[in-house]
Design a protein around this ligand. Structure first.
Ligand SMILES: Cc1cc2nc3c(=O)[nH]c(=O)nc-3n(C[C@H](O)[C@H](O)[C@H](O)COP(=O)(O)OP(=O)(O)OC[C@H]3O[C@@H](n4cnc5c(N)ncnc54)[C@H](O)[C@@H]3O)c2cc1C
Length: 441
């Protein structure tokens, strides 16, 4: 179990082989594989593991091969501009004179081309396939079995144009290794006997799967505790001490650590956490919302992506969760009523006969987004003993397992199972004041 903070915590003295910063799904998978490789591992987490603050708390948990297209794809800028003035739209940028946002948008726009989107898609599909394999194995055991369902997923399209566009992309998607196919009306009825969709057509991905969050995350943390990983909750990192190309100390609100290796996996806060290190992470928090309701009797049985509306719907036993919206509005956790209404209205349009039930929770979380839609994963130059695993954007649940395994391979000095060049943390250059680290900073 995660270690709870005592009211007057003593300074932390135990120095692990590896310190993982961040107890979201990515940090926990890093800890899992690092521990399996024989390291002593400690996780420090600013809040509670699996808590509301983390993006791994209230998301829709889709994993499997669907959804590997980077956010930066051709046409997305034009679509985004059209949506800007609609208060219920699934995409929004709050205009503000923020140089980091401007720089991020500039790189995002550059990545919105066919070639980069295809290359990014190939990398992400590969990562998602490997992660699905890991989840199947990991969740076969008792503790986590109830948090993972792999029965395929639906993609529903309301308009003829939307459906035809999706159908045109099927052969290319299948050629990339994603088992997507067009469903006939009879097949849809057989898969979803209770739900009544008002749609033009649907696709089915047999490799669609989902995790129940936050139960999966808290279950994984328990598993780590059993494996001997120490988890310190409410222990935020506040700084680093470096000497030459080495991170010597990691300062937390409850004392310092001097690990042999450090991994930054602090989600959208990773850039802020690493600020003094000048490793050049370019991240924007992309706020999304989820609404969890008591499951109506005629809800879909499978997870569904409502295509044009960009809303995901996931069945969670006696609950049903809808998730959507991507807002670049900084670290503002406020819940916009109009965007939540937009999500609910989208659901109503695709499933007009679904009974409305009690709302149990409305949540907002920050997706950690890189401009090109690929995570930052690897050694963080110029440091010999610092690695980074962040920037998993809208698909971090589906990418976290293999991310953890890759980090463990790097820390062990092994050749990673995938080419990590496209994911290298320094691909946008150093921070604004990149310089040689001075001792004692
Ligand atoms: C509405 C919504 C729906 C989504 N749906 C899906 C989906 O269906 N499938 C999917 O794959 N992904 C989905 N995502 C994305 C997914 O949730 C994220 O990619 C993923 O949770 C990121 O995990 P993480 O561990 O990198 O970050 P987080 O889960 O945010 O974890 C980072 C942790 O670091 C901690 N931290 C921060 N700073 C410090 C510090 N200085 N010291 C110590 N700890 C620190 C934070 O408290 C936090 O707990 C969705 C996101 C949203 C918002």
């Amino acid at each position: 179990m995660p270690t709870m903070p005592s009211p007057n915590p003593a300074p932390l003295r135990y120095d692990p082989d590896v310190l993982v910063i961040g107890g979201g799904v990515v940090g926990l998978f890093c800890a899992y594989y690092l521990r399996r490789a024989g390291n002593s591992v400690t996780v420090v987490e600013r809040g509670p593991v699996g808590g509301l603050q983390s993006c791994s708390y209230g998301n829709t948990g889709f994993v499997g091969t669907q959804g590997a297209l980077p956010l930066a794809e051709p046409g997305v800028m034009a679509q985004g501009l059209r949506w800007l003035l609609n208060p219920e739209s699934p995409f929004y940028i709050r205009p503000r004179p923020d140089p980091e946002l401007m720089s991020w948008l500039w790189h995002f726009r550059r990545a919105c081309n066919e070639r980069d989107a295809k290359a990014g898609f190939r990398v992400l599909v590969d990562m998602k396939k490997r992660s699905l394999g890991i989840l199947r194995e990991l969740c076969a055991s008792d503790g986590l079995a109830s948090t993972f369902t792999a029965q395929g997923m639906l993609l529903a399209y309301r308009t003829r144009q939307g459906f035809e566009k999706a159908c045109r992309a099927v052969p290319g998607t299948v050629a990339s290794g994603v088992p997507l196919r067009v469903l006939g009306p009879g097949e849809l009825r057989a898969l979803e006997p209770d739900a009544e969709f008002d749609i033009h057509g649907a696709l089915y991905n047999e490799e669609g799967a989902y995790l129940r969050v936050p139960d999966f995350v808290t279950g994984l943390a328990r598993r780590l505790g059993d494996m001997g990983v120490e988890i310190h909750e409410h222990t935020g990192v506040v700084g680093f001490e470096v000497a030459g190309a080495e991170v010597r100390r990691v300062r937390t609100v409850h004392g310092d650590f001097s690990p042999r290796e450090t991994v930054i996996a602090a989600g959208t806060w990773s850039a802020e956490c690493a600020r003094g290190l000048d490793i050049g992470l370019k991240l924007q928090p992309a706020k999304g919302y989820s609404v969890t309701v008591r499951a109506p009797g005629n809800a879909p049985r499978l997870p569904v992506l409502l295509g044009e509306g960009k809303v995901a719907l996931v069945p969670l036993g006696d609950r049903l969760r809808f998730g959507g919206t991507l807002e670049l509005s900084g670290m503002d956790t406020a819940i916009s009523r109009s965007r939540v209404d937009g999500i609910l209205r989208t659901v109503q349009v695709y499933l007009p006969k679904m009974e409305s039930t009690e709302t149990l929770e409305t949540w907002s979380g920050f997706r950690p987004c890189s401009p090109d839609g690929l995570p930052f994963l690897g050694r963080a130059a110029p440091y010999r003993n610092l690695s980074v695993a962040c920037g998993h954007g809208h698909i971090g649940m589906g990418l976290a397992p293999v991310s953890g395994r890759l980090i463990a391979q790097l820390v062990a000095g092994e050749r990673p199972e995938m080419d990590l060049t496209p994911l290298r943390p320094g691909r946008y250059g150093g921070g604004p004041s990149r310089r040689r680290p001075r001792p004692g900073r």
